[in-house]
Write a protein that binds this ligand. Structure first.
Ligand code: FES
Ligand code: FES
Length: 168
């Protein structure tokens, strides 16, 4: 006899990259899984799934959040920003262009998380010092680049846009 699922789903309404989305998710589902599996936003990467690596970082009401540790139900009604919301159509934004110019990615698995952390940093502090950039990205792990190019890219984006990085 076929087994029936007894887990109830809950309806969650999010504004994701400016678009309202209604998702039906089980209470145990993380925001990362909801964004990837229900909303199709595969730019949200899952590395450690334990809150350590930062690959899954998205912005919730403008603040960086580890989406692997956040339940989708807990952010019902909130504004979510993911890496998919940074570019305007095919055109990369200034921060993404700076990452490209500075070779700030190799495998790219960590990149969405760094871009979202840097987006929030440059909104809050349009002209960060090198030390402030280092501190801001300190919770995100990159296994490829050695971090220097990521730091240079963020500083370059800040300088080349006079701190006004387009991000929405
Ligand atoms: S996947 Fe969320 S912090 Fe590593
Ligand atoms: S570019 Fe590979 S983990 Fe950062």
């Amino acid at each position: 006899m076929a087994q029936q699922s007894t887990t109830a789903t809950r309806r969650v309404t999010l504004t994701v990259n400016g678009e309202r989305q209604t998702l039906d998710v089980e209470p145990r589902v993380s925001l990362a899984d909801a964004l990837r599996d229900e909303a199709g936003l595969l730019g949200v990467k899952l590395g450690c799934e334990h809150g350590v690596c930062g690959a899954c970082t998205v912005l919730v009401d403008g603040a960086p959040v580890r989406s692997c540790l956040t339940l989708a139900c807990r952010v019902d009604g909130r504004q979510i920003e993911t890496v998919e919301g940074l570019a305007s159509g095919p055109a990369l934004n200034e921060l993404q262009e700076a990452f490209r110019r500075h070779h700030a990615l190799q495998c790219g698995f960590c990149t969405a998380g760094f871009l979202m952390i840097a987006t929030e940093l440059l909104r809050e502090n349009p002209h960060p010092s090198r030390d402030e950039v280092v501190e801001a990205i300190g919770g995100n792990i990159c296994r490829c680049t050695g971090y220097f190019n990521i730091i240079d890219a963020i500083l370059d984006a800040s300088a080349s846009t006079n701190g006004k990085v387009h991000s929405e």
